[in-house]
Design a protein around this ligand. Structure first.
Ligand SMILES: C[S@@+](CC[C@H](N)C(=O)[O-])C[C@H]1O[C@@H](n2cnc3c(N)ncnc32)[C@H](O)[C@@H]1O
Length: 303
């Protein structure tokens, strides 16, 4: 029976909660990110990103907040030696892992820097990707303006974000789950972006903006799997903010593992993909014919 008892409940209500931007990207976080993003769920997410971006041989692509270089490596294989992939990230520790991963690919370059000040690429990038990064950025509009600036006219963008308020989770205590998610929302600078991203992209001049969802559904709790790692992360920040007690966090995590063992684990959250293009010059007003020929599938993708 997966209903962990919570010993003596602490008085978490009314305690001070630190606001915004608590996540730090050090060596330990880089290792955790690498592990989390090396799971089958995240591989599927990358595959969908590539299907939507459709990188071609010899193209130049910028991966903003490239982390440990998993997507950059796959992008580099698709653009080939005649193309170019630039990964930018604020964390030196992430970039160290990314550089190691892509050391045999001369078309890849990693740069330390922020999403709010992007590197130029001469004539501009053909594509920009940005996966699970904007939630950590306070100035989202500036980051989107930068992505728009560094794209070629007709260049396309794929952004992936999550709204954790939409998590469907079998837990013995729904109130506790909501506290965990609320604590995570407090830990990052710009939570719950999917509901706002479409208008934000259009405001920066992006055209043909569309969104789609990819559910990440798991009915088995695998230690080290992506749902388990996310649950541990939520529990960590909730404890850190005193939103829950240590006993509550342990009980919540134990219950999920127990549900994994008895076959009643259920976890589902949507990853939201936003696809858009930079208007080709001359079409700024009407937005007509902005997608270069052969790129119509961005507007009407085959699925
Ligand atoms: C959850 S990880 C995602 C990594 C990568 N996009 C992936 O899909 O594997 C978030 C990444 O965003 C980076 N990051 C956070 N704030 C950033 C900023 N302002 N500019 C650039 N990168 C940032 C972090 O260092 C980290 O590598």
């Amino acid at each position: 029976m997966c209903q962990a008892a919570i010993p003596l409940r602490g008085t978490s209500a009314g305690r001070a909660v630190r606001l915004g931007g608590m996540v730090t990207f050090n060596a330990e976080q880089a290792r955790k990110t690498d592990r989390a993003y090396n799971t089958p769920d995240m591989a599927r997410q990358r595959l969908r990103t590539l299907e939507l971006l459709q990188p071609r041989a010899d193209e130049h692509v910028l991966d903003v907040g490239c982390g440990t270089g998993l997507l950059a490596q796959e992008l580099a294989a698709l653009v080939g030696p005649g193309g170019r992939v630039v990964g930018i990230d604020v964390s030196r520790d992430m970039l160290d892992l990314a550089e190691g991963r892509c050391s045999d690919m001369t078309q890849v370059q990693f740069v330390e820097g922020s999403a709010t000040s992007l590197p130029d690429d001469g004539g501009g990038f053909d594509g920009v990707t940005c996966t699970q990064v904007l939630l950590y950025v306070a100035e989202v509009e500036l980051a989107l303006a930068e992505m728009h600036r560094v794209l070629k006219p007709g260049g396309r963008i794929v952004i992936v974000e999550t709204d954790w308020r939409g998590l469907v989770l079998n837990s013995f205590d729904g109130t506790l789950t909501r506290k965990m998610i609320a604590a995570w929302d407090q830990a990052v600078a710009s939570p719950n972006l999917p509901t706002r991203l479409g208008p934000l992209l259009r405001a920066q001049g992006f055209h043909a903006v569309r969104a789609e969802a990819l559910p990440i559904l798991s009915t088995s709790y695998v230690d080290g799997g992506w749902p388990a790692q996310m649950a541990q992360q939520f529990a960590h920040y909730a404890r850190d903010q005193d939103a829950v007690t240590g006993d509550e966090a342990d009980a919540w995590l134990d219950d999920l593992a127990c549900k994994g063992a008895d076959g009643s684990f259920f976890f589902c959250v949507n990853r939201f993909f936003f696809v858009a293009v930079r208007v080709a010059s001359g079409n700024m007003r009407t937005g007509a014919s902005v997608v270069p020929s052969g790129r119509q599938e961005l507007l009407h993708p085959k699925r």
